[in-house]
Design a protein around this ligand. Structure first.
Ligand code: CS2
Ligand code: MG
Length: 402
Protein backbone atom coordinates (compact mmCIF):
# COMPACT_ATOMS: atom_id res chain seq x y z
CA UNK A 1 0.00 0.00 0.00
CA UNK A 2 1.33 3.43 -0.94
CA UNK A 3 1.39 6.12 1.75
CA UNK A 4 1.49 9.93 1.73
CA UNK A 5 5.11 10.91 2.29
CA UNK A 6 5.01 14.66 1.71
CA UNK A 7 2.52 17.53 1.47
CA UNK A 8 3.73 21.02 0.66
CA UNK A 9 1.95 24.36 0.43
CA UNK A 10 2.98 26.49 -2.54
CA UNK A 11 2.07 30.18 -2.18
CA UNK A 12 2.66 32.13 -5.37
CA UNK A 13 1.46 35.37 -6.93
CA UNK A 14 1.69 35.34 -10.75
CA UNK A 15 -0.46 38.46 -11.17
CA UNK A 16 -2.67 37.44 -8.23
CA UNK A 17 -2.27 35.23 -5.14
CA UNK A 18 -2.77 31.46 -5.28
CA UNK A 19 -2.24 28.78 -2.65
CA UNK A 20 -1.71 25.21 -3.87
CA UNK A 21 -1.31 21.97 -1.95
CA UNK A 22 0.98 19.36 -3.50
CA UNK A 23 0.78 15.84 -2.05
CA UNK A 24 3.43 13.20 -2.84
CA UNK A 25 3.10 9.43 -2.22
CA UNK A 26 5.65 6.68 -1.51
CA UNK A 27 5.19 5.65 -5.17
CA UNK A 28 6.32 9.18 -6.10
CA UNK A 29 2.90 10.08 -7.50
CA UNK A 30 1.90 13.72 -6.90
CA UNK A 31 -1.48 15.43 -6.73
CA UNK A 32 -2.50 19.10 -6.69
CA UNK A 33 -5.28 20.89 -4.80
CA UNK A 34 -6.32 24.56 -4.97
CA UNK A 35 -6.31 26.18 -1.50
CA UNK A 36 -6.89 29.78 -2.56
CA UNK A 37 -9.29 31.90 -0.49
CA UNK A 38 -9.18 35.38 -2.02
CA UNK A 39 -8.06 37.98 0.51
CA UNK A 40 -7.51 35.40 3.27
CA UNK A 41 -4.97 33.13 1.55
CA UNK A 42 -2.46 32.76 4.38
CA UNK A 43 -5.14 31.55 6.81
CA UNK A 44 -5.67 28.48 4.63
CA UNK A 45 -1.93 28.03 4.06
CA UNK A 46 -1.42 27.97 7.83
CA UNK A 47 -4.44 25.70 8.45
CA UNK A 48 -2.94 23.21 6.03
CA UNK A 49 0.71 23.54 7.06
CA UNK A 50 0.18 23.69 10.84
CA UNK A 51 -2.92 21.51 11.36
CA UNK A 52 -3.53 19.22 8.38
CA UNK A 53 -0.18 18.18 6.85
CA UNK A 54 1.02 16.44 10.05
CA UNK A 55 -2.16 14.31 9.92
CA UNK A 56 -1.66 13.32 6.27
CA UNK A 57 1.82 11.83 6.44
CA UNK A 58 1.60 8.03 6.47
CA UNK A 59 -2.10 7.93 5.39
CA UNK A 60 -3.28 5.83 2.44
CA UNK A 61 -3.84 8.30 -0.44
CA UNK A 62 -6.46 5.97 -1.96
CA UNK A 63 -8.83 6.52 1.01
CA UNK A 64 -10.35 9.77 -0.19
CA UNK A 65 -13.71 9.54 1.62
CA UNK A 66 -12.09 8.39 4.88
CA UNK A 67 -9.60 11.28 4.72
CA UNK A 68 -12.47 13.71 4.05
CA UNK A 69 -14.44 12.43 7.08
CA UNK A 70 -11.28 12.39 9.20
CA UNK A 71 -10.44 16.04 8.43
CA UNK A 72 -14.08 17.25 8.65
CA UNK A 73 -15.25 15.44 11.80
CA UNK A 74 -11.81 15.24 13.34
CA UNK A 75 -11.45 19.03 13.40
CA UNK A 76 -14.39 19.22 15.84
CA UNK A 77 -14.89 22.85 14.70
CA UNK A 78 -16.90 22.22 11.56
CA UNK A 79 -17.46 24.10 8.31
CA UNK A 80 -16.38 27.66 7.47
CA UNK A 81 -14.47 28.91 4.40
CA UNK A 82 -10.95 28.33 5.77
CA UNK A 83 -11.54 24.77 6.96
CA UNK A 84 -13.52 23.74 3.87
CA UNK A 85 -11.02 25.29 1.45
CA UNK A 86 -8.22 23.37 3.20
CA UNK A 87 -10.21 20.11 3.06
CA UNK A 88 -11.02 20.87 -0.59
CA UNK A 89 -7.33 21.12 -1.43
CA UNK A 90 -6.56 17.74 0.18
CA UNK A 91 -9.59 16.09 -1.46
CA UNK A 92 -8.80 17.44 -4.91
CA UNK A 93 -5.13 16.42 -4.66
CA UNK A 94 -6.15 12.87 -3.68
CA UNK A 95 -8.52 12.61 -6.68
CA UNK A 96 -5.62 13.82 -8.86
CA UNK A 97 -3.41 11.06 -7.42
CA UNK A 98 -6.10 8.40 -7.77
CA UNK A 99 -6.51 9.26 -11.44
CA UNK A 100 -2.76 9.16 -12.07
CA UNK A 101 -2.44 5.78 -10.31
CA UNK A 102 -5.36 4.39 -12.35
CA UNK A 103 -4.13 6.03 -15.57
CA UNK A 104 -7.56 7.65 -15.98
CA UNK A 105 -8.83 11.25 -16.13
CA UNK A 106 -10.82 12.14 -12.99
CA UNK A 107 -14.10 12.35 -14.95
CA UNK A 108 -13.74 8.61 -15.66
CA UNK A 109 -13.42 7.90 -11.93
CA UNK A 110 -16.64 9.87 -11.41
CA UNK A 111 -18.69 7.65 -13.71
CA UNK A 112 -17.63 8.87 -17.13
CA UNK A 113 -18.87 11.65 -19.37
CA UNK A 114 -22.53 12.66 -19.55
CA UNK A 115 -21.48 15.36 -22.10
CA UNK A 116 -18.37 16.14 -24.11
CA UNK A 117 -17.85 19.68 -22.85
CA UNK A 118 -19.07 22.14 -20.20
CA UNK A 119 -20.74 25.28 -21.58
CA UNK A 120 -19.10 28.33 -20.00
CA UNK A 121 -19.98 31.97 -19.57
CA UNK A 122 -17.55 34.86 -19.87
CA UNK A 123 -17.51 38.24 -18.13
CA UNK A 124 -18.39 41.22 -20.37
CA UNK A 125 -18.26 44.61 -18.71
CA UNK A 126 -17.97 48.30 -19.48
CA UNK A 127 -17.42 51.69 -17.93
CA UNK A 128 -20.60 52.70 -19.76
CA UNK A 129 -23.25 51.09 -21.96
CA UNK A 130 -21.28 51.55 -25.20
CA UNK A 131 -18.21 49.85 -23.76
CA UNK A 132 -20.35 47.01 -22.42
CA UNK A 133 -21.98 46.45 -25.81
CA UNK A 134 -18.54 46.37 -27.49
CA UNK A 135 -17.38 43.81 -24.92
CA UNK A 136 -20.47 41.65 -25.47
CA UNK A 137 -19.74 41.74 -29.21
CA UNK A 138 -16.16 40.62 -28.48
CA UNK A 139 -17.32 37.61 -26.45
CA UNK A 140 -19.83 36.67 -29.15
CA UNK A 141 -17.00 36.85 -31.68
CA UNK A 142 -15.00 34.49 -29.47
CA UNK A 143 -17.83 31.97 -29.69
CA UNK A 144 -19.29 32.33 -26.19
CA UNK A 145 -22.93 31.18 -26.02
CA UNK A 146 -23.38 32.65 -22.53
CA UNK A 147 -22.17 36.06 -21.38
CA UNK A 148 -22.43 37.92 -18.08
CA UNK A 149 -23.04 41.67 -18.35
CA UNK A 150 -21.94 44.23 -15.77
CA UNK A 151 -21.60 47.99 -16.29
CA UNK A 152 -20.43 50.86 -14.11
CA UNK A 153 -23.34 52.72 -12.55
CA UNK A 154 -22.89 56.45 -13.24
CA UNK A 155 -21.77 58.23 -10.08
CA UNK A 156 -21.32 54.95 -8.23
CA UNK A 157 -17.61 53.94 -8.23
CA UNK A 158 -18.56 50.84 -6.24
CA UNK A 159 -20.14 49.08 -9.22
CA UNK A 160 -19.26 45.39 -9.17
CA UNK A 161 -17.56 43.51 -11.96
CA UNK A 162 -16.22 46.23 -14.25
CA UNK A 163 -12.86 45.20 -15.73
CA UNK A 164 -10.02 47.72 -15.89
CA UNK A 165 -7.42 46.33 -18.29
CA UNK A 166 -7.12 42.77 -19.54
CA UNK A 167 -8.30 40.77 -16.52
CA UNK A 168 -10.85 41.71 -13.85
CA UNK A 169 -9.14 41.48 -10.47
CA UNK A 170 -11.13 42.68 -7.45
CA UNK A 171 -8.43 41.88 -4.85
CA UNK A 172 -6.40 44.87 -5.84
CA UNK A 173 -4.97 46.63 -2.79
CA UNK A 174 -2.62 46.05 0.17
CA UNK A 175 -5.48 47.27 2.38
CA UNK A 176 -9.20 47.09 1.48
CA UNK A 177 -10.29 49.77 -0.95
CA UNK A 178 -13.56 51.35 0.24
CA UNK A 179 -16.14 51.59 -2.51
CA UNK A 180 -19.30 53.71 -2.21
CA UNK A 181 -22.47 51.94 -3.28
CA UNK A 182 -25.89 53.32 -4.14
CA UNK A 183 -28.70 50.76 -4.40
CA UNK A 184 -31.07 53.36 -5.87
CA UNK A 185 -28.62 54.30 -8.66
CA UNK A 186 -28.01 50.61 -9.42
CA UNK A 187 -31.72 49.71 -9.51
CA UNK A 188 -32.37 52.60 -11.88
CA UNK A 189 -29.45 51.78 -14.20
CA UNK A 190 -29.00 48.00 -14.37
CA UNK A 191 -32.31 47.33 -16.20
CA UNK A 192 -31.34 50.07 -18.69
CA UNK A 193 -28.05 48.51 -19.75
CA UNK A 194 -29.35 44.94 -19.68
CA UNK A 195 -32.23 46.04 -21.94
CA UNK A 196 -29.70 47.73 -24.25
CA UNK A 197 -27.86 44.40 -24.54
CA UNK A 198 -31.00 42.54 -25.62
CA UNK A 199 -32.02 45.37 -27.98
CA UNK A 200 -28.60 45.25 -29.68
CA UNK A 201 -27.96 41.49 -29.75
CA UNK A 202 -31.35 39.86 -29.34
CA UNK A 203 -31.96 36.53 -27.63
CA UNK A 204 -29.61 34.10 -29.38
CA UNK A 205 -27.28 33.85 -26.41
CA UNK A 206 -27.63 33.37 -22.65
CA UNK A 207 -27.45 36.64 -20.71
CA UNK A 208 -26.41 36.54 -17.04
CA UNK A 209 -26.07 39.22 -14.39
CA UNK A 210 -24.45 39.28 -10.94
CA UNK A 211 -26.07 41.45 -8.26
CA UNK A 212 -23.24 40.46 -5.91
CA UNK A 213 -25.20 40.21 -2.63
CA UNK A 214 -26.24 43.86 -2.59
CA UNK A 215 -30.03 44.04 -2.48
CA UNK A 216 -32.69 43.34 0.13
CA UNK A 217 -35.11 40.53 -0.77
CA UNK A 218 -37.75 43.15 -1.61
CA UNK A 219 -35.39 45.07 -3.90
CA UNK A 220 -34.23 41.81 -5.49
CA UNK A 221 -37.82 40.76 -6.17
CA UNK A 222 -38.50 44.11 -7.79
CA UNK A 223 -35.37 43.85 -9.97
CA UNK A 224 -36.15 40.28 -10.99
CA UNK A 225 -39.63 41.28 -12.07
CA UNK A 226 -38.31 44.22 -14.13
CA UNK A 227 -35.85 41.90 -15.90
CA UNK A 228 -38.31 39.10 -16.74
CA UNK A 229 -38.80 40.16 -20.36
CA UNK A 230 -35.01 40.10 -20.88
CA UNK A 231 -35.06 36.34 -20.23
CA UNK A 232 -31.90 36.22 -18.09
CA UNK A 233 -30.21 32.87 -17.72
CA UNK A 234 -29.88 33.89 -14.09
CA UNK A 235 -29.80 36.75 -11.60
CA UNK A 236 -26.86 35.89 -9.32
CA UNK A 237 -26.45 36.54 -5.61
CA UNK A 238 -29.53 38.81 -5.44
CA UNK A 239 -29.29 39.13 -1.65
CA UNK A 240 -26.85 37.95 1.07
CA UNK A 241 -27.54 34.23 1.50
CA UNK A 242 -27.10 33.72 5.23
CA UNK A 243 -30.87 34.01 5.58
CA UNK A 244 -31.98 31.23 3.20
CA UNK A 245 -35.64 32.08 3.97
CA UNK A 246 -35.26 35.46 2.25
CA UNK A 247 -35.04 33.71 -1.11
CA UNK A 248 -38.69 32.66 -0.70
CA UNK A 249 -39.73 36.30 -0.97
CA UNK A 250 -37.68 36.78 -4.15
CA UNK A 251 -39.11 33.54 -5.56
CA UNK A 252 -42.65 34.75 -4.94
CA UNK A 253 -41.93 38.07 -6.65
CA UNK A 254 -40.35 36.93 -9.91
CA UNK A 255 -39.76 34.10 -12.38
CA UNK A 256 -36.26 35.38 -13.24
CA UNK A 257 -34.00 32.37 -12.45
CA UNK A 258 -31.88 32.72 -9.29
CA UNK A 259 -28.28 31.55 -8.78
CA UNK A 260 -26.39 31.56 -5.48
CA UNK A 261 -23.58 29.80 -3.72
CA UNK A 262 -20.07 30.97 -4.61
CA UNK A 263 -19.48 31.90 -0.95
CA UNK A 264 -20.97 28.63 0.36
CA UNK A 265 -18.67 26.08 1.94
CA UNK A 266 -20.93 23.14 2.78
CA UNK A 267 -24.21 21.45 1.88
CA UNK A 268 -25.75 22.99 4.98
CA UNK A 269 -25.46 26.46 3.41
CA UNK A 270 -27.84 25.46 0.63
CA UNK A 271 -29.85 22.44 1.81
CA UNK A 272 -33.09 24.46 2.21
CA UNK A 273 -32.49 26.58 -0.87
CA UNK A 274 -32.30 23.35 -2.87
CA UNK A 275 -34.94 21.19 -1.17
CA UNK A 276 -37.51 24.02 -1.23
CA UNK A 277 -36.50 25.04 -4.75
CA UNK A 278 -35.81 28.61 -3.72
CA UNK A 279 -33.04 28.75 -6.35
CA UNK A 280 -32.49 27.46 -9.88
CA UNK A 281 -28.67 27.14 -9.91
CA UNK A 282 -26.17 26.26 -7.18
CA UNK A 283 -22.84 28.05 -7.62
CA UNK A 284 -20.75 26.25 -5.01
CA UNK A 285 -17.17 25.52 -6.14
CA UNK A 286 -14.72 22.63 -5.77
CA UNK A 287 -12.21 25.05 -4.20
CA UNK A 288 -14.38 26.34 -1.33
CA UNK A 289 -16.89 23.54 -0.67
CA UNK A 290 -14.75 20.67 0.55
CA UNK A 291 -13.53 19.51 -2.87
CA UNK A 292 -14.92 17.06 -5.43
CA UNK A 293 -16.22 14.63 -2.78
CA UNK A 294 -18.50 17.14 -1.03
CA UNK A 295 -19.46 19.22 -4.04
CA UNK A 296 -20.64 16.04 -5.77
CA UNK A 297 -22.97 15.44 -2.80
CA UNK A 298 -24.43 18.92 -3.22
CA UNK A 299 -24.89 18.40 -6.96
CA UNK A 300 -26.54 15.00 -6.37
CA UNK A 301 -29.00 16.60 -3.89
CA UNK A 302 -29.67 19.43 -6.33
CA UNK A 303 -30.48 16.93 -9.09
CA UNK A 304 -33.36 15.50 -7.02
CA UNK A 305 -34.95 18.99 -6.91
CA UNK A 306 -34.24 20.03 -10.50
CA UNK A 307 -31.67 22.57 -9.39
CA UNK A 308 -28.81 22.80 -11.87
CA UNK A 309 -25.11 23.46 -11.35
CA UNK A 310 -23.40 26.76 -12.16
CA UNK A 311 -20.04 26.64 -10.39
CA UNK A 312 -18.01 29.70 -9.53
CA UNK A 313 -14.98 30.11 -11.79
CA UNK A 314 -13.43 33.52 -11.18
CA UNK A 315 -9.71 34.19 -11.65
CA UNK A 316 -9.21 33.70 -7.90
CA UNK A 317 -9.93 29.99 -8.39
CA UNK A 318 -6.72 28.57 -9.84
CA UNK A 319 -6.46 26.38 -12.96
CA UNK A 320 -6.22 23.42 -10.54
CA UNK A 321 -9.75 23.82 -9.21
CA UNK A 322 -10.96 24.93 -12.65
CA UNK A 323 -9.74 21.58 -13.99
CA UNK A 324 -11.47 19.73 -11.15
CA UNK A 325 -14.66 21.68 -11.87
CA UNK A 326 -14.60 20.68 -15.55
CA UNK A 327 -14.13 16.99 -14.67
CA UNK A 328 -17.18 17.23 -12.40
CA UNK A 329 -19.16 19.38 -14.87
CA UNK A 330 -18.95 16.82 -17.69
CA UNK A 331 -20.21 14.01 -15.46
CA UNK A 332 -23.18 15.38 -13.47
CA UNK A 333 -26.66 14.92 -15.00
CA UNK A 334 -27.89 18.34 -13.77
CA UNK A 335 -25.09 20.47 -15.21
CA UNK A 336 -26.15 24.03 -15.93
CA UNK A 337 -23.14 26.19 -16.78
CA UNK A 338 -19.55 26.83 -15.72
CA UNK A 339 -18.20 30.29 -15.00
CA UNK A 340 -14.90 30.84 -16.77
CA UNK A 341 -13.09 34.16 -16.46
CA UNK A 342 -9.86 32.63 -17.75
CA UNK A 343 -6.41 33.24 -16.28
CA UNK A 344 -3.61 35.62 -17.26
CA UNK A 345 -0.52 34.53 -19.25
CA UNK A 346 1.47 35.13 -16.04
CA UNK A 347 -0.70 32.62 -14.16
CA UNK A 348 -0.11 30.11 -16.94
CA UNK A 349 3.65 30.46 -16.42
CA UNK A 350 3.03 28.67 -13.11
CA UNK A 351 -0.03 26.49 -13.87
CA UNK A 352 -0.27 24.46 -17.10
CA UNK A 353 -3.82 23.06 -17.37
CA UNK A 354 -4.80 20.69 -20.19
CA UNK A 355 -8.53 21.58 -20.44
CA UNK A 356 -9.40 23.32 -23.67
CA UNK A 357 -11.81 26.16 -24.45
CA UNK A 358 -13.61 25.55 -27.77
CA UNK A 359 -16.84 27.08 -29.12
CA UNK A 360 -17.91 28.43 -25.75
CA UNK A 361 -17.26 25.25 -23.77
CA UNK A 362 -14.42 23.76 -21.71
CA UNK A 363 -13.26 20.21 -22.55
CA UNK A 364 -11.16 18.11 -20.16
CA UNK A 365 -8.15 16.31 -21.63
CA UNK A 366 -7.58 12.55 -21.46
CA UNK A 367 -4.56 13.12 -19.17
CA UNK A 368 -4.66 10.95 -16.03
CA UNK A 369 -5.89 12.77 -12.92
CA UNK A 370 -6.81 16.46 -13.22
CA UNK A 371 -4.40 17.13 -16.10
CA UNK A 372 -2.66 20.16 -14.55
CA UNK A 373 1.09 20.72 -14.07
CA UNK A 374 2.56 23.26 -11.63
CA UNK A 375 6.03 24.72 -12.35
CA UNK A 376 7.52 25.21 -8.88
CA UNK A 377 10.51 27.16 -10.16
CA UNK A 378 8.18 29.61 -11.88
CA UNK A 379 6.01 29.74 -8.73
CA UNK A 380 9.06 30.79 -6.71
CA UNK A 381 9.52 33.79 -8.99
CA UNK A 382 6.23 35.33 -7.79
CA UNK A 383 6.33 36.01 -4.03
CA UNK A 384 3.10 36.55 -2.09
CA UNK A 385 1.74 40.07 -1.76
CA UNK A 386 -1.13 40.85 0.64
CA UNK A 387 -4.16 41.78 -1.47
CA UNK A 388 -7.60 42.53 -0.07
CA UNK A 389 -11.04 42.55 -1.62
CA UNK A 390 -12.80 45.92 -1.42
CA UNK A 391 -15.21 46.86 1.37
CA UNK A 392 -18.52 48.41 0.39
CA UNK A 393 -19.96 51.45 2.09
CA UNK A 394 -23.20 53.38 1.62
CA UNK A 395 -23.12 57.13 1.13
CA UNK A 396 -23.86 57.60 4.84
CA UNK A 397 -20.62 55.77 5.63
CA UNK A 398 -22.15 52.53 6.93
CA UNK A 399 -20.73 49.24 5.67
CA UNK A 400 -22.66 47.53 2.86
CA UNK A 401 -22.25 44.09 1.27
CA UNK A 402 -19.50 44.23 -1.34
C1 CS2 B 1 -17.85 37.06 -8.66
C2 CS2 B 1 -16.45 36.82 -8.20
O1 CS2 B 1 -17.25 35.66 -10.44
C3 CS2 B 1 -18.18 36.06 -9.73
O2 CS2 B 1 -19.36 35.69 -9.84
O3 CS2 B 1 -18.81 37.07 -7.67
O4 CS2 B 1 -15.60 37.45 -9.12
C4 CS2 B 1 -16.11 37.31 -6.81
O5 CS2 B 1 -16.29 38.71 -6.74
C5 CS2 B 1 -14.67 36.94 -6.51
O6 CS2 B 1 -14.52 35.57 -6.69
C6 CS2 B 1 -14.29 37.34 -5.10
O7 CS2 B 1 -12.98 36.93 -4.84
MG1 MG C 1 -20.62 36.21 -8.32
Amino acid sequence: MATITDAKIIVTSPGRNFVTLKITTSDDVTGLGDATLNGRELAVASYLRDHVVPLLIGRDPARIEDTWQYLYKGAYWRRGPVTMTAIAAVDTALWDIKGKVAGLPVYDLLGGKAREGAMVYGHASGGDVAELLDDIARFKELGYRAIRAQAAVPGSPGSYGVRHGQVYEPANAALPEEQIWSTEAYLDFAPTYLTAVRERFGFDFHLLHDVHHRLTPTEAGRLGRRLEDLRLFWMEDPTPAELQESFRQIRQATTTPIAVGEVFNSIWDCERLITERLIDYIRASVAHTGGITHLRRIFNLAELYQVRTGSHGATDLSPVSMAAAVHLDVTVPNFGIQEYMGHSPLTHEVFQPSYELRDGALYPSEAPGLGVELDEEAAARFPYEPKYLPVGRRADGSVHDW
